[in-house]
Design a protein around this ligand. Sequence first.
Ligand SMILES: [Zn+2]
Length: 556
Amino acid sequence: MKNPIFPIFFQMLVWCASAPALAQGDPLGHSDRAASLYRVVVTLDGTGNPTLPVAVLSRQERVEVVSATGLRVIGTGDGQVEFRLPAERPMEVSASDPKPGVYQHFVVLARAPSDDLDTLRRLRGLWKERGLPVKALTTGTTYSLAGRMLDTRKTLLCLDVSFPAADAAQARAAELGQQYGEDLSVYAIVAEPPSAQLVARARDGSEVQAADVLWFEAVKAASGRGAPLKVIGTRHGTRTELELPGRIYVVPGQGGGLEIVNEAEIERILEGVVAAEIFANAPADALRAQAVATRTDMLAKVGTRHVTDPYAICSEVHCQAYGGMQKVSPRIAQAVADTRGLVMVDPDGRLVDAYYHAVSGGHTENNENAWPGRPQPSLRGQPDQVAGGVDHLAHGPTDAAVAALLADKDASWAGASGLNQGALRWKVDKTATELAPTLQAVGVTQALRAIRVVHRGVSGRATSVELTLADGKKVIIAGELRIRRAFGGLRSSLFLVQPGPAGPGGVPARWTFTGAGFGHGVGMCQTGAVGRAKAGQDFKTILGHYYTAAHVEQLY
Ligand SMILES: [Zn+2]
């Protein structure tokens, strides 16, 4: 690769004003094309529909690709067919001569939207005070569409040291994280992408070879549409068969092995994501609300994730769960079609960070209480009770108010849905022995004498907890997710905790957590959306409640 550095600000999101003409000949060299997969993350297909590359299988040794209407192997990615196979005849793709990529890794101390100068200044000052040199990197991009400027840029404040090895950067992140009681992540940029010689082999022995990337698509039937591609590989150790819209490309991945990337219309990918995110039998307006939230979330993530991978987003929970078209029902496809191109936009013109969660517990949460960042106008916590339900937190989320909430029967819209009832209220017992490993993961190596919630967000979720250790020292655990993890993976941090009887040295052998809700509580309560839709609210009303200042706009 001759053009080695793809820093984050090179992660261009490409929206063309019109469909790009197919290249005549091949003006780009093949290796340039493979390299371009690290930059171009959204394009328009031949009919003007935005498309997105999503990783569907990672670290594959070999995969099989087949289509019910026949298979085209495209060596250049621009339509020049190298090979055709009749219907139902598979090709097996494997790689030889792999060369790992070269990366630079940074410890991320803090992050915020690039135009949130107050937060960035404050965080930079905080880390400088701690005596650490800070370097700012930018991720994400700006683009305009339908006359609207969209901005997904975030500034990452990083430790001003680059690590060639991910392990070393992670070790440093863990060390600083323990020292300052925060979860620190690692950010990487590509110096040189991984490469390999790829070969696709049919059962009759014919084969196609290419360096670094191979594209596959279904032969179009007389109707003009190809059958879905079927890809057979392994996921989490088990054989997996995926049915995928659009086309795929196969590239060497950064973790070794092959990455299988599905490049398809955003609307088709959305069908698969919505199918993975919500009950298929949810009422139509809950499905529509989910489709708009998911589309917004997906577009807001583009350019800010996977900057060292040859795709825009992954199909794991890290980005958005996506398992192809298998679980897409006609009702889900209809909900996506009904809301085609609709997204939520903040008053400042920015795409809403459309977070959602399973069950609010009775009140949704402000974004700045769940993770660092400025308060977002669309992510203000709201009471989520049906008419006549008591908002126990109306005068503030004190322990007494939370106790009243927990003692009262759930009267939220999630409760009214009839779904997910086990997450409305819950109770978990943990022995000190059970808690030891998860406490150790946040740097606490002693048994606990006391647990006290220091601060709660508007939903009642604990955002800061003080632990009194066996030797009397006190430790603060901050952050909703960190708190849930520290106590063995609680459904939410909306809880009260009671010690069991004190054992030797005043250390209780057991703790009881009584809580409500499932997830961080920010944005839409998915189960509540179902309850609201069942009661006749339309998707714009539902979204308007959960995304407080957002309005729905047609992006394409
Ligand atoms: Zn991801």
